[in-house]
Ligand binder design. Structure first.
Ligand code: NDP
Length: 498
């Protein structure tokens, strides 16, 4: 029986921000939803109510898009210098940094991730805004070769109103990946966080009133994806959609966005292979593979949910992997316990979904090498679950589970593991472990994934490296120079010289 690390109820943080019904942030003010609706957000440790949050209806979405449009056209935003935009982005970074602990606490309370992890994600948001603060003064057009009687050049201009939708597993960070480039390029934005984790984005909206950002440049609405999200995606006042979520919802969003040909960036699901060759640093590889499927209780788009091990080291590596999951098993608990390394899953329906996948693995003939031990008190905790005995065609190896579950499979050589690694509808990331530089580069070139990590696990970009998926893991890139294309439109200007 696994004993979760628990914290006395009166020792858990309870920020004042949880008091009262949280409103929508439209046009620089916190307002009551015109819909009159609200929902209750739940603490996944206690499964008790945490806060009451307004639920935007279609008329609230329209008001937010109108406010963003007015702000886009207002000279207070549209006519400021690029350097002023840099200063504003730096102010946003500062207000997040100065309130990082509270923002991290809100995320841990609402989605159950260890406080150390949510604190890391908020610190990462600060880095994202500071990195993007460098862009406004470096967005260049081009001068085209032309006859001496003409001047031909291009301008890179903002798109207009951006609609940003985030998943629940990294709420403010996923929003930062969208708000920072939108502001750096001169757009305005309407953010809709997930119903399961709205609080940090709402607090962020509050904090923005402490900056010089003009009213309406950043708006935050909350509510059901199928109502508020749906309206936002199909709204003709929106010029671009930046979406993070599941592949299924991403496809739907793409279809909805087509009605007025919105520019679309989609950051979707994954089934990341971790590939371990016999010559790798096996101890480091085992520790990283364990982290890759246990961190965030596996609720990560880049979770290492398929582990391919060279057949010559399979038994030895499996044993090392089991040992490497022990600290996570011993660290199951309340996000506010100092020893916690894995919190609960974010909400009950998701817990049931992950549990059903684990049952399915057993029914399909898989063996639970770890994870079969029950957890005292149950709750929404799931132990690190390593499965063997299933091949890459099984549903466990093909479908995104989004929990602390990984399937271990073996391979003979590079050709075979590249084929298996790529044999999925996803193409978000891959991790390759070898000391042979040729094998490493060959694998990196042939794996069909947006990111390949050699001798390390996932590394999230705060700016310099593009991040995004191949195949059904997404469209477009966040970060890197590519993000500028995603948030601007090119205009060709021809001047007839007299
Ligand atoms: P969902 O697709 O269920 O939801 C994502 C967002 O879409 C939520 O804000 C949700 O709102 C909203 N939404 C739901 N229905 C609609 C709709 N009809 N129109 C518009 N918006 C809608 O994903 P999850 O929240 O479960 O997130 C997990 C998924 O996100 C995983 O697949 C994961 O791999 C992926 N992900 C991808 C990342 C990447 O960078 N590639 C990073 C992190 C996660 P609500 O919740 O309020 O219904």
């Amino acid at each position: 029986m696994i004993e979760p690390l628990l914290v006395r109820a009166d020792a858990r943080p309870r920020p004042d921000f949880l008091i009262g019904t949280k409103g929508l942030h439209i046009g620089g003010s916190e307002v009551t939803a015109r819909s009159g609706d609200a929902f209750v957000t739940i603490d996944p440790v206690t499964e008790q109510a945490l806060a009451t949050v307004s639920s935007a209806g279609p008329e609230d979405v329209d008001a937010a898009v109108d406010a963003a449009r007015r702000a886009f056209e207002n000279p207070a935003w549209a006519a400021i210098t690029p350097y002023r935009r840099t200063q504003l982005l730096l102010q946003v970074a500062d207000v997040i940094e100065n309130n990082a602990d509270e923002l991290a606490i809100l995320e841990s309370l609402e989605m159950g991730s260890p406080h150390t992890q949510t604190r890391w994600m908020i610190d990462h948001c600060v880095e994202v805004f500071r990195n993007h603060a460098g862009w406004p003064t470096k967005i260049y057009g081009q001068t085209a070769p032309s006859a001496s009687t003409q001047l031909q050049y291009t301008l890179r201009q903002p798109l207009g109103v951006v609609a940003a939708i985030a998943g629940w597993n990294g709420p403010l960070l996923q929003m930062a990946y969208k708000v920072a480039p939108a502001l750096a390029t001169g757009n305005t934005i309407v953010c809709k966080p997930s119903e399961h984790s709205s609080l940090s984005t709402l607090r962020f909206a509050d904090l923005l009133r402490g900056t010089d950002l003009p009213a309406g440049v950043v708006n935050v609405i909350t509510g059901d994806g199928k109502i508020a999200g749906e309206r936002l995606m199909s709204h003709h006042g929106v010029n671009k959609v930046a979406f993070t979520g599941s592949t299924a919802t991403g496809k739907h969003v793409l279809a909805r966005s087509a009605s007025n040909l919105k520019r679309v960036t989609l950051e979707l699901g994954g089934k990341t292979p971790y590939i371990v060759f016999a010559d790798a640093d096996l101890e480091k590889a085992a520790a990283t593979c364990a982290l890759a499927f246990c961190a965030g209780s596996g609720q990560a788009c880049v979770a290492g949910s398929r582990i391919f091990v060279h057949e010559s080291i399979r038994d030895q590596f499996l044993e090392m992997l089991i040992q490497a999951t022990e600290p996570f098993k011993a660290g199951i608990g309340d996000p506010f316990h100092p020893g916690t390394r894995m919190g609960p899953l974010a909400f009950r329906a998701h817990f049931e979904r992950v549990s059903a996948y684990i049952d399915l693995a057993s029914e399909a003939g898989g063996k639970l090498v770890t994870g079969a031990e029950p957890i005292d008190g149950g709750g929404l905790f799931v132990a690190p679950t390593l499965i063997e005995g299933l091949d890459n065609t099984s549903r466990i190896a093909q479908e995104e589970i989004f929990g602390p579950v990984s399937v271990v499979m073996s391979f003979r050589d590079l050709d075979e593991v590249v084929r298996l690694g790529n044999d999925t509808v996803f193409g978000l990331a891959a991790s390759v472990w070898t000391r042979d530089i040729s094998t490493a580069h060959r694998a990196a070139a042939r794996l069909d994934a947006g990111s390949v990590w050699i001798n390390r696990g996932s590394q999230m970009s705060a700016g310099p490296l593009p991040f995004g998926g191949h195949k059904q893991s997404g469209i477009g890139r966040e970060h890197g120079t590519e993000v500028l294309d995603a948030y601007t439109e090119s205009k060709s200007v021809v001047v007839e010289l007299s």
